[in-house]
Design a protein around this ligand. Sequence first.
Ligand code: NAP
Ligand code: ZN
Length: 352
Amino acid sequence: MYRTKAYSAASDTSPLVFTTVTRRDPTDRDVAIDILFCGICHSDLHSVRNEWSSIMPTTYPIVPGHEIVGRVTRVGSAVSAFKPGDLAAVGCMVDSDRTCPECHAGFEQFCPNATFTYNSPDKHLGGVTYGGYSDSIVVDEHFVLRVPANLEPAGAAPLLCAGITTYSPMRRRGVGKGKKVGVVGLGGLGHMAVKIAHALGAHVVVFTTSPQKKEDALRLGADEVVISRHANEMKKHVWSFDFILDAVSADHDINTYINLLGRDGYITLVGAPEKPFAVAGFGLLFGRRSLSGSLIGGIAETQEMLDFCGAQHITADVEVIPIQKVNEAYERMLKSDVKYRFSIDMASLKSE
Ligand code: NAP
Ligand code: ZN
């Protein structure tokens, strides 16, 4: 075991502050990684503030962070896919049982014994897992991903959650040429969805509450931008979408978007607001539309997404910050003031 530097929160009202946490020494199948960058996902904020207490209560102290890119420093004797010096990435999961039907089908995220990167029982050390707002991490080889060499690490880090979470449902629903696709909320997830849907060849419409994001949305690959508070603009799109991805982090009226779907249209929730939605059934009955959800993606699919982003030269638009600015970044994220993902430069942790 060894100690590594990290930022943690002690309670749902505490700021993130400097600490040290214990990591295990790499076992035969482990890869030890020095973290270069870690993205800030809104899920980190939901978890730090215990906003999902009824589903996934937070154990304190919490070290968040599940958009990790770093350099391999050590590998166990049975590791074949990585060697010291390699660029490597870790997303939202660090382990699963690998024996259950979900694991066999490549859906490790639904394994009943999945270990998430933070706030999950740590079967090696006891307590809970600690995430990527940290100097280093030790992860089973199966859960370590390869980063295409042409992607710069600060912008590649958010692909590990924001990228896969938007890629997976869009691929599943056949987003591509000839499809009209809506993206609700131009935050970290939303802006990745725009880039990926555009690269897949779809006609992309962004719905935003922030009029000042309009030009950025077009630059990121949107074909149209709708200010969702403008009822007249919304009306023009009734009964027209094949697919809508809802990536909003706060309470909002989902029925408005259900009514924009065409026959057999799908709206998929990836946003995870604290409060449950009120859904008007008739919006689904007429047009036999579907409301569904999606949670990150499996490991093989995450690698597929990284390779797709490598081939398409897609990374997140990031504002790189030192870890000392993390609490400020959370406040800005709550105000939708992020262009479009914060990526923490972990070199800043060395001076603590
Ligand atoms: P984010 O960067 O904060 O973006 C959220 C966006 O939602 C904002 O930029 C804003 O976009 C919009 N928004 C915020 N408050 C709103 C309100 N009151 N009404 C309408 N729109 C509002 O967050 P993120 O990191 O992309 O995460 C988004 C959500 O996805 C979070 O709930 C997160 O926990 C969840 N998530 C889920 C998964 C999964 O596997 N399903 C994975 C990662 C994250 P505009 O300014 O454009 O309106
Ligand atoms: Zn996330």
